[in-house]
Design a protein around this ligand. Structure first.
Ligand code: G3H
Ligand code: 13P
Ligand code: ZN
Length: 329
């Protein structure tokens, strides 16, 4: 059992308070996932240079890949590194897709600013019950909770859904009131991973269900809404991966124009993991191919990290509207 520590002691910010600023100023805070050192360095540099607040996300899979203690201290190292580089940006640490009360509690006790309890695959009453249990514990520790209603197609932390189950706007008010959750992830047509649509070309990608988003906002007002599965599966990196020996066929994501629209309609947090993975893989493949003599990991991880910084800065500046917002926190 590790020592209990609060997010404040580790230097993280209160996620709930960050949402208040995002709602007021009408932009989306990026939720970027980390699994290793280089991803974290890229996030700190990318968000620091673009002066964007950031929510660093750790999934259950990331915890088992990198070790939960290692990742938590990596996050704390990120806060200290940001300060040492002169970046004055708010940074929150968030559990992504927590699948049990116990996992959420463990993260709350070990210094996370917020946790997601994802009960979207459960029946409604069960989702309410466990989410509320997580909220009751989290709020005692000043930690906020993201919940989910509606199921994203694809794989959600080992739960596979072949079809979208769009969020029913009629249920959101009851859910938020009964659980006390602080933000809500909704299903409006996004999904996880690199294969979000069964289409042959980008022009055939359907629109997200903005009608549902609008109805949800109507019922919840100024309340933080989260979009998962929001990578755009950037064409240039898919092309590099395929050119240098990879095989990503018919990989399509959410067009950035649609994400801009979602932000305008009041989405307060946008989760991006796959795009970062694609950047990394593309640059590593290209670099190793072009420099077959290289065997020092820094020689290929370094350029991948640099490219990820660029991608993050561009997302913050051109898609989420989070660039230059850090000064308002
Ligand atoms: O939404 C899922 C995130 O992309 C995390 O993925 O469970 O493979 O770490 P993961
Ligand atoms: P992507 O797979 O679209 O990047 O979604 C990431 C996500 O939702 C993390 O929770
Ligand atoms: Zn997600």
């Amino acid at each position: 059992m590790t020592k209990m520590v609060t997010y404040k002691e580790l230097g993280f910010k209160n996620t709930e308070k960050m949402f208040k600023v995002a709602l007021k100023r009408k932009f989306a805070i990026p939720g970027y996932n980390i699994n290793n050192l280089e991803q974290l360095q890229a996030i700190i540099n990318g968000c620091g240079k673009s002066e964007s607040p950031v929510i660093i996300q750790i999934s259950k899979g990331a915890r088992s890949y990198a070790n939960e203690i290692m990742l938590r201290y990596l996050g704390q190292g990120g806060v200290k590194m940001a300060k040492s580089l002169g970046f004055d940006i708010p940074i929150a640490l968030h559990l992504d897709h927590g699948d049990s009360y116990e996992l959420c509690k463990s993260c709350i006790d070990s210094g996370f600013s917020s946790v997601m309890y994802d009960g979207s695959h459960l029946n409604y009453e069960e989702n309410v019950k466990i989410t509320k249990r997580v909220v009751d514990y989290a709020h005692q520790k000043d930690v906020s909770v993201e919940a989910e209603l509606g199921v994203l197609a694809g794989i959600e932390e080992h739960v596979e859904a072949t079809e979208h189950e769009y969020t029913d706007p009629e249920m959101v008010k009851d859910f938020v009131e009964r659980t006390g959750c602080d933000s809500l992830a909704i299903a409006i047509g996004t999904s996880h991973g690199a294969y979000k649509f069964k289409v042959d070309k980008a022009e055939d990608i359907p629109e997200l269900r903005f009608d549902i988003l609008k109805e949800v906002k109507k019922r919840l007002g100024d309340y933080p809404i989260v979009l998962h599965g929001s990578s755009s599966v950037l064409r240039e990196y898919v092309a590099i991966i395929n050119e240098y020996g990879g095989s990503l066929k018919k990989a399509f994501g959410i067009p950035e124009e649609q994400l801009r629209k979602a932000t305008k309609y009041g989405v307060s947090k946008i989760n991006i993991d796959t795009d970062g993975r694609l950047v990394f893989t593309a640059m590593i493949r290209k670099n190793l191919f072009e420099n077959p003599e290289v065997f020092d990991p820094r020689k290929y991880l370094g350029p991948a990290r640099e490219e990820l910084i660029k991608m993050i800065m561009r997302k913050n500046e051109e898609v989420l509207g989070s660039a230059n917002q850090a000064k308002y926190f």
